[in-house]
Design a protein around this ligand. Sequence first.
Ligand SMILES: Nc1ncnc2c1ncn2[C@@H]1O[C@H](COP(=O)(O)OP(=O)(O)OP(=O)(O)O)[C@@H](O)[C@H]1O
Ligand SMILES: [Mg+2]
Length: 369
Amino acid sequence: MAEVVLENVNKSYGNVMACRDINLTVKDREFMVLVGPSGCGKSTSLRMIAGLEDLTSGQIRIDGKVVNDVQPKDRDIAMVFQSYALYPHMSVYENMAFSLKLRKFPKDEVKRRVNDAANLLSINSFLDRKPKELSGGECQRVAVGRAIVRNPKVFLFDEPLSNLDAKLRVAMRNELKKIHAQLQATIVYVTHDQLEAMTMGDRIAVMKDGIIHQIADPITIYEKPVNKFVASFVGTPAMNFMEGSLIEKKGGIYFDEEHFQVRLDESSFERMKPYIGKEVIMGVRPEDITDKLYAANVTPDNVFTATVELMEPLGSHYYLYCTTGKSPFIANVDTQTQVEVNQDIEFSINMEKVHIFEHDEAGNNNRLN
Ligand SMILES: Nc1ncnc2c1ncn2[C@@H]1O[C@H](COP(=O)(O)OP(=O)(O)OP(=O)(O)O)[C@@H](O)[C@H]1O
Ligand SMILES: [Mg+2]
């Protein structure tokens, strides 16, 4: 059992609040990703779990034990940094064996563990090389190997792939997932890359300004973001946001953008009733706006017209950059769509997939539906 629990954790540096009231339970063997824009407090959270930073207040427990006052070396965690931090004068083997030797492991045991990790990571052919004789991806593997040999209760990763090129990053992403499955370890993984978070995490904690806004599995984060920030952070191209108001019409509730009106899904009527007459923001992902000609379930109440300003052909589909005259948005349409720049086109919105957020001066913009 290696559960990691952060309870009411706060961290301030002078008057900078790096982490505010963090409550997070990473379950045993879970792959938890902390994701958010630069400066949101991801590394600080991870460093507090590692014991490299003191808490200003709150409690951290690893495996049921309060570790606030436990030294990093006694926490049974291993951390992998973005910089790899390999010892340049040591061979790959020595780099991986170092922490075990420090802990006075028997020679046979050191050898066995280094070889096992090297096999798992496919780095056994260059155990004699020095770090400068390795590529970035290979260095990354050695850094991971150095953590694996320790057989820790918890792995902590801080942006371990950000120094790699795009293709290698995808390959390492998959490899780390496979390794996680084999090691059955608890992992807390920090990244600012939403795609990395979505593809790797069992669950994701989305942070901004030192606050965790949502903790959920990737699909829930994508389909039911709790507020406009989470909605905009996850997904490429980002979710479209249109300002308007809710009105009651023909026994239903409609979103009125001024240039068009669309009827909200029946299932949300009860929850939306209190907001009739109020300003709201409708969020729609590009893939939920399609060419009316090829859309399923077209009704008079889910279509609108817009002007195409730019077309981005991606081979399998187009991104159409459009405007209603008031709201700019991106639609993801099939290549069979016949349209040109400056032409009008009729779209259909999948109303089951729209997100309604409060129009809030304070910027919270919580999800309403
Ligand atoms: N030692 C420090 N002294 C003062 N302020 C700090 C210190 N470390 C971090 N901060 C501040 O705390 C906030 C959170 O920093 P943190 O490093 O946790 O961000 P992050 O989410 O990891 O960002 P990035 O994606 O850029 O790595 C930032 O505003 C940062 O400037
Ligand atoms: Mg960081």
